[in-house]
Design a protein around this ligand. Sequence first.
Ligand code: HEC
Length: 187
Amino acid sequence: MKRFLTTTLLASLMAVPALADDLESRAAASREASGKLLKALKAEVEKAVQTGGPLHAVSVCNEKAPQITRQVSLQAGWDVGRTSLKHRNPKNAPDAWEQKVLEDFERRKAAGESLKTMEHYAVVEEQGKEHFRYMKAIPLFGVCVNCHGSKIRPDLSEKIYKLYPDDKARGYNPGDLRGALTVTQPM
Ligand code: HEC
């Protein structure tokens, strides 16, 4: 009886750090996969702006962003994507959990935390299934203002509205929280 108690006690004590390790390694893998997505998208946008200007780059974003997002997800074996409280592509609209985390990111930013390292992860139960979910803040930079700022060139603005009639991703300034990378892994 005593040995049984000791073993179960030990097992339950060991389960806690094991779970924490598992979550930390899942977070590290999510960080890597979402970092890949951001890097690939940034490279694509920068190349397109340089070769054909922002007007051309909008078409590239429109065609390539969903394509690259699918590729990175397939490679990682999980859902990897982008979301925002003010999204351009309605397919990037946040679900209830993402909405809460994005609102929390805005609060954390207002409290003085840097967007550079801002992230959040948790095990979330949805429809009876557990998932590991991870989000990382995306800050807005100078070059992004071309297409997400408050003074978008008229021809560019028109083209964006043609592709995204319900576009909400405007009016941003450098340093704003533009959105977040989001990863969902099955447990
Ligand atoms: C040439 C125009 C252009 C530039 C420059 C640009 N974007 Fe975008 N952005 C778009 C388009 C178009 C979409 C919609 C892509 C899609 O259909 O998935 C988008 C979508 C996004 C999304 C996904 C959420 C949403 O609103 O649908 C994020 C996040 C984002 N952009 C961040 C940035 C950041 C950060 C930068 C600067 C590093 C940037 N963008 C620069 C045109 C641009």
